[in-house]
Design a protein around this ligand. Structure first.
Ligand code: SDX
Length: 428
């Protein structure tokens, strides 16, 4: 007998099924609420208590600080897998065999050329344009050069669109950085691995032989894995919402990039470094910034702290913090900003304001310190987040389309003027 929830309104009771997921999460299925009650809906700004879908891709337990992709613990994947394997796992549901991984890699390589005319669009941007705005525009522009990727309803057509965006996205991301640095665009090298090739496209110099660095590539690979998916976060929900109208995969991802750009979401990794630099310039006065973060009159927030779901340490922050020490040590880099970050976290984690609100460091708190050690400019940090999140967006979009989810169209509670007669301008 399935569990039921009863809602009683104006003395009338309505029953709704309770669905239970494979990790025993329970949800009240209110699909029929409005019809059954004659128009009553729920209200939940920010969807803090509302599930938008059933999904088999990523599981989070915010209280325990658990994160799993298709059942595999993030700690294991970060430690033992590579980014392309994790991308395949998220998108298709299983860790690939050697043959599957090799075909995926080959199919991506086959699509890794970008139409020359895309450069004309890139040239239209000023050097000062933020790379996230450029990347969102270029991703949308890809549609014009790959029209068959728009309305994909067969799995074959979907696969083609998937390998196309997996192939071209890193090129476009690297181009946004080279544009700002007035460097000639690099087309990559198909003899290199996916992440190694990304690094080459970002950092190669026209007058110098590119030298690969295993420490850097391994750190980058791990960071991309840690950012690859995170269930129904703001940008993923945006990708699903846009895709639910049957807009194509590239258009949906372009929208996701814009959502990720915000400083409350993926843009936080850039904001964290800017905050830590400000504290450093301010003589390392962490107490002053903790007080600002607690002051309701001050809009300042401790960037990289807090999370909608994690009310414990973000498991990704733990892994990145450990990796930061390793990478800086291996590269022989002393970054005072890392010490400021650790000092800030120590103070905040003991402060009642943060303890009561269960505010812990999140994925963005330490990631910028590694990106910086890898020579990545601050304004490119959120692009790195987008590069990691790409397979997650693809996986969620594909699941939404394969499950034939309905078009997203939330309701509202109207609080404006009731009906009033029109008055001509002479009467007003
Ligand atoms: C990401 O959702 C995901 O999964 C996202 C992500 C992913 O992988 O996709 O994990 C990536 O976006 C990580 C978060 C990056 N953003 C930041 O680091 C920005 C700083 N953090 C906050 O803005 C905030 O914590 C959010 C946006 C992350 C979460 O906001 P919520 O869940 O809406 O919580 P809230 O704003 O309602 O805050 C609850 C209370 C409030 O105080 P009170 O009104 O109860 O007194 O906590 C306070 C907030 O003022 N608070 C903070 C704070 N975060 C929350 N106060 C100071 N500094 C902060 N960082």
């Amino acid at each position: 007998m399935s569990e039921k929830a009863t809602i009683t309104i104006d003395g009338k009771s309505y029953e709704f099924p309770i669905i239970t997921g494979t990790e025993n999460e329970k949800g009240i299925d209110i699909k029929n609420l409005r019809n059954a009650s004659g128009g009553i809906t729920t209200l939940d700004p920010g969807f803090k208590n509302t599930g938008s879908c059933e999904s088999a891709i990523t599981y989070l337990d915010g209280e325990q600080g658990i994160l799993r992709y298709r059942g595999y613990a993030i700690e294991d994947l970060a430690d033992k897998a590579n980014f392309l394997e994790v991308a395949y796992l998220l998108i298709f549901g299983e860790l690939p065999t050697k043959a599957q991984l090799s075909k995926f890699d080959q199919d991506i390589k086959e699509e890794s050329h970008v139409d020359e005319d895309m450069k004309k669009i890139l040239d239209g941007f000023p050097k000062s344009a933020h790379p996230m705005g450029v990347l969102s525009s270029l991703t949308s522009a890809l549609i014009a050069f790959n029209p068959s990727s728009v309305d994909v309803d067969s799995e074959e057509a979907m696969y083609e669109a998937i390998v196309t965006i997996m192939a071209k996205f890193p090129v476009l991301a690297a181009w946004t950085m080279r544009k700002r640095k007035s460097l000639p665009l690099d087309y990559g090298d198909n003899s290199l691995g996916y992440v190694e090739n990304l690094h080459k496209m970002m950092f190669s110099k026209p007058n110098k032989t590119y030298e690969s660095n295993k420490i850097v590539n391994d750190a980058l690979d791990k960071l991309l894995i840690l950012h690859a998916d995170h269930e129904q976060n703001c940008s993923t929900s945006t990708v699903r919402m846009v895709g639910s109208s049957h807009a194509g995969l590239f258009a949906s991802i372009s929208a996701g990039i814009s959502a990720l750009w915000g400083p409350l979401h993926g843009g936080a990794n850039q904001a964290v470094i800017e905050m830590l630099e400000a504290i450093k310039t301010d003589g390392g006065d962490t107490a002053k910034y903790i007080d600002k973060a607690k002051d309701k009159e001050d809009s300042f927030r401790l960037m990289g702290f807090g999370h909608r779901v994690y009310k414990n340490f973000d498991p990704r922050a733990k892994i990145i913090k450990k990796s930061a020490d390793e990478v800086l040590g291996d590269l022989g880099i002393e970054d005072p900003v890392l010490d400021i970050a650790k000092g800030l976290a120590q103070v905040a984690l003991k402060d009642d304001y943060f303890v009561q609100r269960k505010l812990y460091p999140n994925v963005d708190f330490y990631s910028g310190i590694i990106y910086r050690a890898l020579g990545i400019p601050t304004e490119m940090f959120t692009v790195m987040f987008a590069l990691g999140r790409l397979p997650g967006w693809i996986a969620q979009w594909r699941e939404m389309r394969l499950r034939k989810e309905p078009i997203g169209r939330p309701r509202q509670i109207y609080i404006g003027e009731t009906h009033r007669e029109f008055k001509s301008v002479s009467e007003r």
